[in-house]
Design a protein around this ligand. Structure first.
Ligand SMILES: NC(=O)C1=CN([C@@H]2O[C@H](COP(=O)(O)OP(=O)(O)OC[C@H]3O[C@@H](n4cnc5c(N)ncnc54)[C@H](OP(=O)(O)O)[C@@H]3O)[C@@H](O)[C@H]2O)C=CC1
Ligand SMILES: CC(=O)N[C@@H](CCC(=O)OP(=O)(O)O)C(=O)O
Length: 348
């Protein structure tokens, strides 16, 4: 029997990517699509490319009806909105996977500071399991409510986790993450900063020193390190549709200059199908993971500065959002982690 899924926020970019992936999933059927502003329309009115494939109506949010009709709910709704919608489903015990930032931070005060909004109730923050499979696979397999990681944190954390686990970092210096994203990261809603003439042939830094993903990365790294880790992260918008590339600079202890970091990274991820560590000093590009759940990582040690350069790429809508959500669905159900996700990148 197929598992019945509901996507709330179905007409956004995260929602349509969930529909694309769930449609091909051998153990799932999409039963309910929910929209806020386009309810009553067919999904094909918003996305004609779904004609003859997924011809479902966009429905209004009706908690009881959804509880009756489906086995799992995905929230592809904005941060600040999900925290008010999700609790009814969590309390009813329906498995929930949230793509927003509302349940990732365990400390409500930290959420208020960075998201400039009131946090979700603590009881729901406590129940959420952070859905980074490569780090918390065992917890996810036991979970009913997943807070899917943010797009930048996914790429950045996967690039830093091996170094933290191996204890090779010089803690007197700061880890620096230079992140670049395609414009789909901002969602489908129109905004001045993301229209063609503003972003084409242009690149810009944004949210410098204030990006909401900074405390998310620090929370996870501090959890692994058993003490506070502080990072410097800056985000940049580049003129492409999909993709995130993080160039990460990790200060390394003096006595480790002969270490083969590429081999150590490969060893850390030996059981993680979606993490592909490249040969020494071979650098991945965003197109090489386009449309897939892969995170490709290149590693190279700079002797002059005792710094490890790590380049990590993902598709923001797949490993950074919908694909990672499906990976988590597979784990929650104890299915093969690759189900619905085993594809080759679209290239060129
Ligand atoms: N885009 C990305 O790369 C990533 C996105 N995310 C997160 O995923 C979530 C979805 O993002 P994305 O799809 O890009 O955003 P979009 O702006 O493309 O879509 C947002 C969706 O939320 C719905 N929505 C907006 N306001 C409300 C409301 N008040 N009540 C109910 N539904 C509402 C919209 O419905 P309608 O249009 O009908 O109003 C729309 O379906 C966000 O939390 C985002 O932070 C996470 C990682 C990466
Ligand atoms: C281009 C762009 O604006 N990208 C967004 C990604 C947002 C996101 O994923 O936000 P959540 O943490 O709320 O899920 C940003 O940098 O804020």
């Amino acid at each position: 029997m197929l598992l019945k899924a509901c996507v709330i926020g179905a007409n956004g970019y995260g929602g349509i990517e969930l529909i694309r992936l769930l449609y091909s999933h051998p153990k799932v059927t999409i039963d309910v699509l929910v929209s806020h502003s386009t309810q009553g329309q067919a999904i094909t009115a918003q996305y004609p490319q779904l004609q003859n494939i997924v011809e479902l109506p966009l429905e209004k949010l009706d908690v009881n009806e959804i509880l009756d009709r489906v086995d799992v709910v995905f929230f592809a709704t904005p941060s600040g909105i999900t925290k008010d919608i999700a609790p009814a489903f969590i309390e009813a015990g329906l498995p929930c996977i949230d793509l927003s930032g509302d349940f990732r931070l365990k400390d409500g005060d930290v959420y208020s500071e960075w998201y400039k909004n009131t946090p979700a109730q603590q009881q729901f923050l406590d129940r959420a399991v952070y859905g980074l499979a490569e780090l918390y696979r065992g917890d996810i397999q036991q979970a009913a409510f997943i807070a899917n990681p943010g797009c930048y944190p996914t790429a950045a954390l996967l690039g830093i986790i091996p170094a933290i686990k191996l204890g090779v970092i010089d803690e007197s210096r700061t880890i620096i993450i230079d992140g670049k994203t395609g414009v789909s990261g901002a969602g489908r809603k129109p905004a001045l900063g993301t229209i063609f003439s503003e972003i084409n042939e242009n690149t810009k830094a944004y949210k410098v020193g204030t990006h909401q993903h900074i405390p998310e990365m620090e929370q996870v790294l501090s959890d692994i390190n058993n003490q506070q880790v502080t990072i410097l992260f800056n985000a940049h918008l580049v003129p492409m549709t999909r993709g995130i590339l993080c160039s990460i600079y990790i200060p390394i202890n003096d006595n480790l200059t002969d270490t083969n970091f590429t081999e150590l990274y490969k060893e850390t991820y030996r059981d993680d199908y979606f993490i592909r560590v490249r040969p020494e000093k071979t650098w991945p590009a965003t197109k090489e993971v386009y449309g897939t759940n892969f995170c490709d990582i290149g590693v190279g040690f700079d002797q002059r500065t005792n710094t490890l350069t790590v380049v990590s790429v993902i598709d923001n809508l797949v490993k950074g959002a919908a694909g990672q959500a499906v990976q988590n669905l597979n784990l929650v159900n104890h299915w093969d982690e690759k189900l619905g996700l085993d594809t080759i990148p679209t290239y060129p």
